[in-house]
Design a protein around this ligand. Structure first.
Ligand code: NDP
Length: 291
């Protein structure tokens, strides 16, 4: 029987999730339908759409911009949140909490949320062979994407963390809020500064800003170095990666993170493991073929 999934966003036409999940379905032999779902940008429309989807027999949903925080609030008031979703304050993956359904909860009351973005990043970094255990990590950005990756990075055993942001107060607030939300995050062990003041030798530097969309470049200090540089953006030439590649660093864009977070969603929904490397190669070949 076909299992139904959607990705909800606004805009949504650009989403690569249907192609990625079709690849996972082909790999695992599971019969799925995975559709893009546009939603008006308001919480009431989002909640109504989600409830209608699950009442109609939907198995799982992904959520993208601008609904990740709305999805968080929706699940917090219904079927619950994973630890990663709680700490991130955002949800990208939803399904029905079967334990609650068994205890008599209605479908609407059982909608449960997880956040796989951060673990998707960690899994991708590890698959590249970049060592995280004990690593000195610099994270640039203090928005939703940065918030979502901090707990998974700390759980992966990084040594210390610096958060730099254009607006320093947002980096400071982020460190304090996450430390209050999780026992494993200690705000005192996280240093914060303005992006232009970030200096020193790091093992890994991660760009979690949306600057690549604007055509501007980050004000990076000359004394800032890293062995590995990761940009969460993908699909274009990224000045951040060019900057560090020119200084000898290994680099990666965020395409593997995108596939990694999708793989974790698929695994949560279907309990089937997927091979991310096979999916990445197949999707790369398909993209070249479609050009
Ligand atoms: P937010 O809007 O929540 O945060 C944006 C961040 O970028 C803030 O820290 C902001 O700084 C900073 N920023 C924006 N413009 C500039 C600028 N001109 N100069 C310096 N800093 C700037 O976005 P998200 O956190 O949701 O997303 C960030 C990026 O991560 C996006 O590019 C997104 O595509 C990518 N992403 C990739 C994923 C993947 O799977 N590969 C998953 C999720 C996100 P300030 O606080 O000062 O405004």
């Amino acid at each position: 029987m076909t299992q139904h999934f959607i990705v909800i966003g606004n805009p949504i036409a650009h989403s690569k999730s249907p192609e990625i999940h079709a690849q996972f379905a082909a790999q695992t032999g599971i019969d799925i339908s995975y559709q893009r779902q546009y939603c008006p940008d308001d919480a009431a429309s989002f909640t109504a759409l989600l409830e209608a989807f699950f009442h109609g027999g939907g198995v799982g949903a992904n959520v993208t911009v601008p609904f990740k925080q709305v999805a968080y609030a929706c699940c917090a008031a219904r079927g619950g949140l994973s630890e990663h979703a709680k700490v991130a304050g955002a949800v990208n993956t939803l399904w029905l909490n079967t334990a609650l359904l068994k205890n008599g909860a209605s479908i609407s009351e059982a909608i449960y949320g997880d956040n796989t973005d951060g673990q998707g990043l960690v899994n991708h970094i590890l698959s590249l062979g970049w060592p995280l255990a004990g690593a000195r990590v610099a994270l640039i950005g203090a928005g939703g994407a940065a918030r979502g990756v901090i707990l998974p990075l700390i759980q992966a055993g990084i040594g210390d963390l610096s958060i730099a942001n254009r607006t320093v107060s947002k980096a400071e607030d982020l460190a304090c809020e996450l430390s209050a939300a999780s026992d494993v995050i200690d705000a005192h062990a996280i240093s914060t500064c303005a992006t232009s003041e970030l200096t020193g030798a790091f093992d890994i530097i991660i760009n979690a800003t949306s600057i690549g969309l604007s055509g501007e470049t980050l004000p990076l200090a000359d004394m800032l170095t890293a062995h590995y540089a990761y940009d969460m953006m993908y699909g274009r030439t990224l000045p951040f990666l060019q900057h560090f590649a020119a200084r000898g660093a290994q680099t990666s864009d965020g395409y593997g993170m995108l596939i990694g977070q999708a793989a974790l969603s698929f695994e949560r929904w279907t309990t089937q493991k997927v091979d991310v490397a096979i999916a990445t190669a197949a999707l790369h070949d398909k993209a070249l073929h479609d050009k």
